[in-house]
Design a protein around this ligand. Structure first.
Ligand code: EPZ
Length: 417
């Protein structure tokens, strides 16, 4: 079984270059299905989820050349419209091909994502909104069978709940619909803004008309283009938290501090010193970590994808803290493993109570989901001795070259494949 050995205690020091954003790359890769021309993408992170999405596009008929710097995607007219469970089950974002396939071909058979460690991952918001564009669908044996007999017709749609994936699916689908679509109560994560920038670059017509409202004028065709994907704000936030945790000193380069303003303010409140420049953030962790209460929420609130990492940091705070997980129904899978390392975290419903002043102890651990895995690494950094983290395929889904990056900033870490 793939595992990592991490030797604590480490004090992080040095410079980290942030990789491309996994959660911007996935919808942008799905959106390439709209085009029959060559699309040149750069800065895609080399992580498992991106490889899976590229395999999914290939299974749909995309022709992909990839020299690890530039990924060229060319879709022909006869792209297939069947996305199989074998690929979608390992990467929930596979559902994001539904919108573009319906927009391009008027029909699609896409596997439901199925559940994962953090929750059931329903797609009802995606499907109900697509039906407002004229899509008819049935769920048969775990697959969405969808078609739009008269093509997609623009409409006014208000999402009942803020959903990143549903917002992305609908913006992509509406880009080729007949007429105008207005989407209200949208998610506004930076990754969605990156998707919109990409769509406009290939000739679509998508405009934000207020904070959570976007207008899409359907176009009949899209052109060839190149696009550089934005940096990964969750990777950046993870390394900032790691520096604060280990009383380290890191310079994070290649990210605009404005898009992680909430996280930076939280870290300043708990005592870290942070200097922001145009495309870099320097952080000095403090000896004394002050406690703070966190509630995850849609952007620009505190991101659920940094909740597990923050929990480790708050174990070292001077007093008790609370974290309320408002986005996913089961995103405390890391608590049991952290408690095995000496943490004192209790969970009632979606609220975790985190005792401070914890001395973590090295242990043999089991990763459960992407962000939980990295929280175990963070805890191992401040545990005396060797910790072993198993099932690190979760980690490989979303963190590019994590051992290389950690080694470069002073961590003794070894991978066993
Ligand atoms: C995206 O997932 C991200 N994934 C997640 O990152 C992130 O945690 C999440 O947004 C929230 O920010 C990608 O971008 C690939 P949602 P998504 O639709 O789109 C419920 C990571 O670690 N919901 O905003 O699936 C849903 O169950 C991953 O990189 C419905 O009820 O998130 C959840 O409770 C994990 N019906 C809430 O809404 C639906 O049709 C928010 O989900 C859709 C969602």
């Amino acid at each position: 079984m793939k595992k990592l050995e991490v030797f604590g205690v480490a004090k992080l020091k040095g410079q980290i270059k942030i990789s491309g954003s996994k959660n911007a790359s996935l919808p942008i890769l799905a959106a390439t299905l709209l085009s029959n021309k060559k699309i040149f993408l750069t800065n895609l992170p080399r992580v498992k989820d991106i490889e899976t999405m590229l395999l999914l596009l290939k299974s749909l008929g995309s022709i992909i050349e990839d020299n690890k710097k530039v990924t060229t995607i060319k879709n022909n007219k006869q792209v297939k419209s069947f996305a199989s469970y074998s690929l979608v089950k390992t990467m929930r974002a596979g559902i994001l091909v539904l919108g573009p396939l319906l927009a391009k071909f008027g029909k699609a058979k896409v596997s439901l994502p199925g559940g994962c460690a953090i929750g059931t991952r329903p797609v009802d918001i995606h499907l109900k909104a697509l039906s407002k564009l004229g899509v008819k669908y049935k769920i048969i044996q775990g697959y969405v069978h969808a078609n739009a007999p008269k093509g997609l017709i623009g409409a006014n749609i208000r999402f009942p709940k803020i959903s990143v994936g549903a917002t992305e699916n609908l913006i992509i689908a509406a880009s080729l619909a007949k007429g105008k679509t207005i989407l209200s109560n949208c998610a506004i994560e930076p990754e969605i803004k990156d998707l919109v920038n990409f769509l406009n670059k290939i000739g679509c017509n998508v405009k934000w008309i207020s904070k959570r409202k976007v207008k899409i004028e359907g176009v009949t065709k899209v052109s060839q283009s190149n696009y550089q994907v934005m940096p990964d704000r969750i990777e950046a936030g993870t390394y900032l938290i790691a520096a604060a945790l280990t009383e380290g000193n890191l310079k994070i380069i290649g990210i605009d501090p404005k898009i992680i303003n909430t996280e930076i303010n939280v870290l300043k409140k708990i005592g870290a010193k942070i200097i922001q420049k145009k495309n870099e953030i320097s952080i000095w962790g403090s000896k004394k970590i002050k406690n703070i209460n966190i509630r995850t929420s849609p952007y620009p609130g505190f991101p659920t994808d940094l909740q597990a990492q923050m929990m480790v940091l708050l174990c070292k705070a001077n007093k008790k803290s609370y974290i309320r997980e408002e986005i996913f129904e089961n995103r405390f899978m890391h608590v049991a493993e952290l408690n095995r390392m000496g943490a004192k975290i209790s969970v009632v419903g979606n609220k975790a109570t985190i005792e401070g002043n914890i001395e973590f102890k090295a242990a043999e651990l089991m990763a459960t989901d992407l962000r939980a895995s990295v929280s175990l690494i963070l805890a191992a950094l401040v545990s005396k001795g060797k910790s072993v983290i198993n099932r690190i395929y979760h980690l490989d889904r979303g963190y590019e070259d994590i051992e290389k990056k950690l080694k470069k900033i002073g961590v003794k870490i070894k991978r066993f494949n």
